[in-house]
Design a protein around this ligand. Structure first.
Ligand code: CTP
Length: 406
């Protein structure tokens, strides 16, 4: 294992309306391999109760300095933390931490801990831009605290401005930087394809497939949280764009090919998780076809993008996907590994509609291991989240490319 997994994170939750967004953050942190203990402030309980945090973190929630006094909980929690993240951090919390106050469990833990501290302020623009808040931010940053810049946009109510709770990807990236932990792709260019191409038959119909794009988006998310500069070429996915990632939308295999070639240069890692149509109608009718003409639809093969990259690549680490059905799936997939000259192939069995559209995946990672022998199954995976799989594939790429900081 290259990177320690299961790092302990303390997630402090301040009393802001955006506290609900930390529910998503917990899930994203867990997917990135962290274990999360939540410490809500008293005022945050006005927005979200402890039951939510307990259910999401799978751990008891501590919010009181005066329970279990004999076990000195603030010291035990402070020692257990790999990092402390407070999201949202209110203006009042910023002020209390800047002053070194310790008037509740969370601020006691902050004061007692030597772990990196990541603050995620979220508040109304006027409060964020207030000279007192800005001065507190300056003081905290001068002490090495990471204060994540809030996002701009629509606030609660009608106001627009700076002060929004940022996307989880931005917060996890800051945590990784703070821990120097899996920020191993910082500045590295990663090109990823996602979704399924659609080949138009006529203005109404197309040849498509069942890919949802979830695996490619998960890979883009994982690479971005490790600091990569990600370009995601997305075919017909209904998933929302991920902030901080360049997303290029395409429809057809030909458009995907064109965009992959245009964005390939300088990519250290390419992950071809898109399901690309193998064939396209020779011509697309401008009029809606009559049923009786279906038999005349002539197909022509598309360019195999992965194969083209495999034959042209120099130092790029190429990751392909093989969706197989049936018993001899693995041997068929293994043939693709050498035919397309990839460095790593993820083989998943999609029989009976498995994997497509799901958040989890199971399969085999096939490639050349560190022992230097021939290609083999390196790991049987799953069921794991698609983000976890992406991190496993990236771990191998980072290792092979010599990017590991360890
Ligand atoms: N792929 C590609 N361009 C294509 C078809 C596929 O880049 N025109 C890529 C996919 O993104 C995936 C890999 O090749 O990473 C495997 O695709 P798959 O369709 O399973 O392979 P094929 O060679 O098309 O095999 P078959 O259709 O026989 O299963």
């Amino acid at each position: 294992m290259i990177f320690p997994r299961g790092r302990e994170i303390i997630l402090g939750v301040g009393g802001g309306i955006s506290a609900y967004k930390s529910a998503d953050l917990i899930r994203r942190l867990q997917e990135s391999g962290f274990l999360v203990t939540v410490i809500p402030t008293r005022s945050s309980a006005k927005f979200i109760g402890n039951a939510t945090w307990e259910a999401l973190s799978g751990r008891p929630v501590h919010d009181d300095l005066w329970s279990n006094v004999a076990s000195v909980p603030h010291i035990a929690l402070a020692k257990s933390a790999g990092a402390i993240v407070i999201a949202p951090t209110t203006a009042d919390l910023l002020a209390r931490i800047a002053q070194g106050r310790a008037d509740d469990l969370l601020t006691n833990v902050v004061l007692a801990s030597t772990a990196p501290l990541v603050l995620v302020p979220a508040m109304h623009p006027e409060m964020w831009l207030n000279a007192a808040t800005q001065e507190n931010v300056r003081i905290l940053r001068s002490r090495g605290v990471i204060v994540v810049e809030p996002d701009e946009g629509r606030m609660t109510g009608e106001d627009v401005g700076i002060g929004r709770y940022p996307e989880s990807v931005k917060i996890i990236s800051a945590i990784n930087l703070a821990l120097n932990h899996r920020a191993d792709l910082r500045g590295v260019k990663v090109l990823i394809t996602a979704g399924g191409t659609q080949e138009p038959i006529d203005p109404v119909r197309f040849i498509g497939n069942r890919s949802s794009g979830k695996q490619g988006y998960a890979a883009a998310y994982a690479a971005a949280t490790r600091g990569a500069k990600v370009t995601l070429i997305s075919a017909n996915s209904s998933l929302p764009d991920i902030e901080g990632i360049d997303v290029i939308h395409v429809q057809t295999a030909a458009q995907m090919h064109q965009q992959v070639i245009a964005n390939f240069e300088g990519s250290a890692i390419v992950i071809m998780s898109a399901a690309v149509a193998d064939a396209t109608p020779l011509s697309s009718s401008t009029e809606k076809l009559e049923k009786s003409n279906y038999a005349q639809i002539e197909l022509t093969p598309t360019i195999d993008i992965l194969r083209e990259l495999g034959s042209a690549k120099a130092d790029t680490f190429l990751i392909g996907f093989a969706a197989q059905t049936g018993g001899d799936g693995i041997s068929k997939a293994i043939k693709k590994y050498s035919a397309k000259n990839v460095d790593l192939l993820y083989i998943n069995d999609v029989s009976d509609g498995a994997i497509f559209g799901k958040d989890e995946t199971s399969g085999e990672i096939y490639g050349i291991g560190t022992d230097g022998g021939g290609p083999s199954i390196l790991e049987r995976v799953g069921p794991v989240s698609k983000v976890t799989l992406a991190n496993k594939l990236l771990d191998i790429a980072v290792n092979k490319l010599g990017l590991s900081h360890d």
